[in-house]
Write a protein that binds this ligand. Structure first.
Ligand code: HEM
Length: 145
């Protein structure tokens, strides 16, 4: 269960990243047309992040050995990252994408619907990229998939 959920969380990052990039490109390209397929794409992107949130919460509270609150954890880079930075950064990214999705749905004009996605999902993407424990940040002990 431990490795299964961690691998799922790790692998799903690529789907989240691809969907975010696809959504942003779609919002730029399709500016004046908004159809059901646009709405579904934007919704799946948000849902993929909500799935990451759920798996992440299980890892955080029940499984991960990288989340420990021993005295001095805040000065240990890996424990601080997973115990605080990753959690806060990703929850913020997920909240912004969710706000963007709701804001887009409320609009009537196609161009404004796409614009809302473009702005909020782009900020979300930057945050996700910033708070992924990429393997080149060796101290975090992350993997590529
Ligand atoms: C879109 C959102 C998220 C993405 C893309 C993401 C991505 C990742 C990635 C790539 C790893 C490293 C896995 C590895 O290399 O082995 C990881 C680890 C982890 N994530 Fe997330 N994460 C997200 C959200 C969250 C949230 C919201 C939480 C907490 C509530 C969370 C908790 C964790 C924990 C505890 C680990 C360490 C697992 C371990 O190796 O013990 N993640 N995450």
């Amino acid at each position: 269960m431990n490795t299964f959920l961690t691998s799922m969380h790790s692998g799903l990052r690529w789907i989240v990243l691809l969907l975010l990039i696809y959504s942003i490109a779609n919002a730029i390209i399709r500016r004046n047309t908004y159809e059901k397929k646009d709405r579904l794409l934007y919704m799946f992107t948000m849902v993929s992040m909500h799935i990451q949130l759920l798996i992440g919460l299980v890892l955080y509270f029940f499984i991960s050995g990288k989340v420990t609150f021993h005295p001095g954890w805040i000065t240990a880079a890996q424990h601080r990252f997973y115990g605080m930075e990753h959690l806060v950064g990703m929850i913020l990214a997920i909240a912004l994408v969710t706000i963007g999705h709701i804001a887009s749905k409320k609009q009537i004009e196609s161009s404004t619907k796409h614009k809302r996605i473009l702005v909020w999902y782009s900020i979300g993407l930057i945050l996700v990229l910033a708070f992924i424990p990429w393997p080149f940040r060796t101290v975090l002990g992350g993997h590529w998939y």
